[in-house]
Write a protein that binds this ligand. Structure first.
Ligand code: DSN
Length: 414
């Protein structure tokens, strides 16, 4: 970053500090990962110069001969990778993608049935604080409070009574698999569209390690910066018959010009996702999540949903007398980065959960022995809050793991 040194040394210093923070902490945030360097190169490239509106071959500015090829590549590769009939790669984020899906086929005020936030849903699934709840009439389904799993019969009953025009499946905080075929049957019986938000699990689906929603859903959205490893942004997949409506809802419906640099990242990750390096990272992500879950269960922690089938583990930290926020802060001071989360039964005043994801440690290539050690460190830290001696010792252990498994090693797909 030779030029930044002259233009804005303070920013260079902050970026270097952030790079150091990333190297020297263990990232267990379920919605983060470490991107391949090639994606970072694309994102900082000359592609940022170009203003584009419209779609390849139908633009509103000249000079699009190369960026048209880039966007077309991203579309075709995403379609091939996920066996989708249509892909739109322009959404700035998962939220923009979700908003565009709603507006593609629904009128303002339409009825939408989705999972509530504290049971795992996302803000854009109609939470009171989200503009989505001001534009559409949402009703929410919950997980079963005993099993903390989706009760498909209860969803079917809710659909029968509420008569939604769209049903949303998919979650930000749900560690188990969702039965998309069942959700499809419920949606079809209700005469509703099925929309699946697979933001968190897209990388696992792309690697074909867990079932994907594409054959069943009318619309699928995902972000490219979580398990998918493709940099910031969102993607919408849909059946061919909705392609035009989705494209119009993205541009000009809800976005203007978009970031070609991020579209390039999406194109590259869709290529890398077919290769062994990516698939191995996703397999490790699943294996590490199962291993961490096993370790926490052994130590007496209560896990939401009883365990995991994905990259996520959600610990009910009240089972150890802590709140999610307190647990998050204790771990941050030992160099372990997580985030607090609502769990089923929370009132949204206080989060009782701590959500962990194994994407980033799997990219770093952390081996099984050290995953077990990470569970020990977390347990020790949570059981000894305020004990500076323990905290300092654990911080050193975290440093040592980080030193042994640097972010940019051979596990990152090249
Ligand atoms: N939806 C937020 C999360 O799951 O952390 C950001 O992607």
């Amino acid at each position: 970053m030779d030029n930044l040194k002259y233009d804005d040394p303070l920013l260079l210093e902050l970026i270097e500090l952030e790079a150091e923070r990333i190297e020297n902490t263990i990232d267990l945030v379920a919605s983060e990962t470490h991107m391949p360097k090639s994606i970072l190169e694309e994102m900082g490239s000359v592609l940022n110069h170009k203003t584009i509106e419209g779609y390849p071959g139908k633009r509103f500015h000249a000079g699009c001969e190369y960026v048209d090829i880039i966007e077309k590549l991203a579309i075709d590769r995403m379609k091939d990778l996920l066996q989708a009939e249509h892909a739109n790669v322009q959404p700035h984020s998962g939220s923009s993608a979700n908003i565009a899906v709603y507006f593609s086929v629904l009128d303002v005020g339409a009825r939408i049935l989705s999972m509530s936030l504290s049971h795992g849903g996302h803000l854009t699934h109609g939470h009171l604080t989200s503009m989505t709840s001001r534009c559409f009439n949402f009703q929410h389904y919950n997980v079963d409070l005993q099993t903390e799993l989706i009760n498909y019969d209860a969803v079917a009953r809710a659909a029968d009574q509420f008569k939604p025009e769209m049903i949303v499946a998919g979650a930000s905080s749900y560690p188990r698999l969702i039965d998309y075929e069942k959700m499809y049957q419920i949606a079809k019986s209700a005469g509703a569209y099925l929309f699946v938000d697979m933001a968190h699990i897209a990388g696992l689906v792309a690697a074909k390690l867990i079932p994907g929603p594409v054959p069943f859903a009318d619309f699928v959205s995902f972000t490219t910066y979580k398990t998918m490893m493709g940099g910031r942004g969102g993607v919408i997949l849909c059946k061919k018959e909705y392609a035009d409506a989705v494209d119009k809802a993205v541009f000009p419906g809800t976005q203007g010009t978009t970031a070609v640099s991020n579209i390039a990242g999406k194109a590259t990750i869709a290529k890398l996702a077919g290769q062994t390096g990516f698939i191995n990272v996703q397999q490790k992500t699943l294996d590490n999540a199962k291993l961490l879950a096993k370790e926490f269960l052994k130590k007496g922690y209560r896990l939401v949903g009883g365990g995991t089938d994905t990259h996520q583990i959600i610990i009910d930290v009240t089972s150890k007398g802590l709140s999610g926020a307190r647990a998050e802060r204790i771990l941050e001071s030992t160099g372990i980065i997580t985030n607090r989360n609502y769990i089923p039964g929370d009132t949204e005043k206080k989060a009782s959960g701590l959500r962990l994801g194994t994407g980033p440690i799997s990219v770093r290539g952390v081996d099984r022995n050290h995953v077990v050690q990470i569970a020990d460190i977390i347990d020790n830290a949570l059981m000894n809050p305020g004990n500076q001696e323990v905290s300092d010792r654990l911080r050193k252990d975290v440093f040592e793991i980080c030193r042994q498994f640097p972010v940019y090693n051979s596990s990152v797909p090249e």
